[in-house]
Design a protein around this ligand. Structure first.
Ligand code: HEC
Length: 146
């Protein structure tokens, strides 16, 4: 019986998103704490910020979403065929490289179906390359980098 429960629990530990729980769970708690309040994440909880579900910013090159999370984004941005003109603050001084890597990996997995995690080293590299940056990114600037 105990063995049965253990097997059951082990079975549950495999997530539906295709990457091990350990790789996404820290990202999920950061997401709930820092992103879910603003973003439209499903039909039930709707925020004022654009959707992440399948958005090209989520499924596209990891460097763009990492920059958005580090320094924010503002001004006109097209998401899933709709243009928004709002602003999102950056998390440069709130989240560590590892935390940003975890939350971005989680977002790309959950909303973009991308199972390759982003590494903390990549986040550090982008953070260092943009040290001293105070302005939000614009969508046009980000797309020019792509
Ligand atoms: C204070 C509200 C707020 C918070 C918190 C926030 N965002 Fe945003 N986010 C926005 C807004 C508003 C935009 C659109 C900005 C614009 O119009 O230029 C945006 C844009 C984005 C985009 C590009 C557009 C899209 O929807 O695909 C991504 C990706 C994104 N945010 C991810 C995140 C992640 C990951 C977090 C948590 C680490 C987060 N955001 C936290 C408000 C927020």
């Amino acid at each position: 019986m105990i063995l049965g429960v253990a097997v059951l629990l082990t079975g549950c530990a495999q997530t539906h998103v295709g990457i091990p729980v350990a790789a996404v769970e820290p990202g999920r708690s950061k997401f709930d704490a820092h992103c879910a309040g603003c973003h439209v994440i499903d039909a039930v909880t709707s925020g004022y910020a654009p959707t992440l579900e399948g958005a090209s910013w989520v499924t596209g090159p990891e460097g763009l979403i990492i920059r958005i999370v580090l320094h924010g984004v503002g001004g006109p941005i097209e998401v899933a065929g709709q243009t928004h003109d709002l602003s999102m603050p950056g998390f440069e001084s709130i989240l560590t490289d590892a935390e940003i890597a975890a939350v971005v990996s989680y977002v790309r997995s959950r909303f973009g179906g991308i199972s390759t995690p982003v590494s903390a080293a990549t986040v550090r590299q982008i953070r260092e390359a943009n040290q001293g940056r105070r302005e939000y990114w614009t969508a046009a600037e980000l797309l020019a980098l792509d």
